[in-house]
Design a protein around this ligand. Structure first.
Ligand code: PDD
Length: 280
């Protein structure tokens, strides 16, 4: 596994960051996860654009720029065998000589890391049966549109879901669904596809945007509007989307079947459209 660290390529196991790095000390960092199909990065320009927004969101100068990121991602994929994988990128505010909360204390270069991981294979049984999800309070901060590595709330929510035999925690703020702990959420009510609107409380998911575009192109009725938690419990279908999970059916919510308790017809259709798009 070949990784990238601050301008050079090296084996992932040898890539090390100092203890004083602000990513380690404060989670003062942003990241991206880009899915790769048969050596081709999917929606790469969208991921690079979102990385730029995240960097601006924390006041960090983009160390590489769009062309630099494109070249780096392409190079990492090639050095890791051009197969199916996910590229992880992270930029931290660097490693100054002292621990100091104030970001202006970091005057040196940012830390730039990139590596590849195999995408977790999506088990056929999970796709046939769907997965379980639990509803939880959204305990995260108010800037979830920034793809920050400060993921402690998400991590604890993922643990809570796992401890309850669920694959994801679906988060609720002020009585409305925001997103999953590491995914976006869609609900189907009758023939309408609904997903919460973009605002600071959710990540503008790249998969979310692609699924919306594919649904509109297929003349599916789409609504980007708030989903009250009661409406989620009454939904005919629920899906999760992310770069690693693609589009996943949720068939049990808080222990109760979603609709008939099987992946629904609109999910089947949208999954086929997304698969065609990723393998285009
Ligand atoms: N997570 N919402 C949250 C909170 C996420 O962490 C993610 C993705 C998404 C989906 O975004 P996208 O479709 O762009 O992957 C939504 C990545 C995969 C992760 O942290 O591993």
């Amino acid at each position: 596994d070949t990784a990238y660290l601050n301008g050079r390529f090296l084996p992932l196991q040898e890539a090390q960051v100092p203890v004083l790095d602000r990513g380690f000390l404060f989670g003062d960092a942003v990241y991206e996860v880009i899915p790769v199909y048969d050596g081709r990065a999917y929606a790469l320009a969208d991921h690079i654009q979102r990385l730029g927004s995240s960097l601006r969101g924390i006041g960090l100068t983009d160390p590489l720029g769009p062309d630099g990121w494109t070249a780096l991602v392409t190079d990492l994929i090639a050095r890791n065998g051009n197969g199916d994988m996910a590229v992880y990128l992270q930029i931290t505010r660097g490693a100054p000589p002292r621990r100091d909360h104030r970001p202006a204390s970091a005057t040196g270069p940012a830390t730039v890391v990139g590596f590849c991981q195999t995408r977790p294979p999506v088990a056929a049984s999970l796709l046939e049966q769907g997965v379980a999800a639990v509803v939880r309070d959204d305990t995260r901060w108010a800037h979830c549109d920034i793809k920050s590595t400060a993921l402690l709330a998400n991590v604890l929510l993922a643990g809570d879901a796992q401890a309850n035999d669920a694959n994801e925690a679906i988060l609720v703020r002020d009585g409305r669904v925001t997103e999953g702990a590491s995914s976006n959420v869609f609900a189907v009510s009758g023939s309408t596809l609904i997903t919460p609107p973009l605002e600071a409380a959710i990540l503008p998911g790249i998969t979310r945007a692609r699924v919306l575009a594919l649904a509109r192109r297929a003349a599916v009725t789409v609504a980007e509007r708030p989903i009250p938690v009661a409406e989620l419990h009454a939904a005919d279908e629920i899906w999760l989307t992310s770069s690693t999970r693609e589009i996943f059916p949720v068939t049990r919510l808080d222990g109760t079947p979603v609709g008939p308790g099987r992946p629904g017809p609109l999910w089947t259709r949208m999954r086929a459209l997304l698969q065609a798009d990723t393998h285009d």
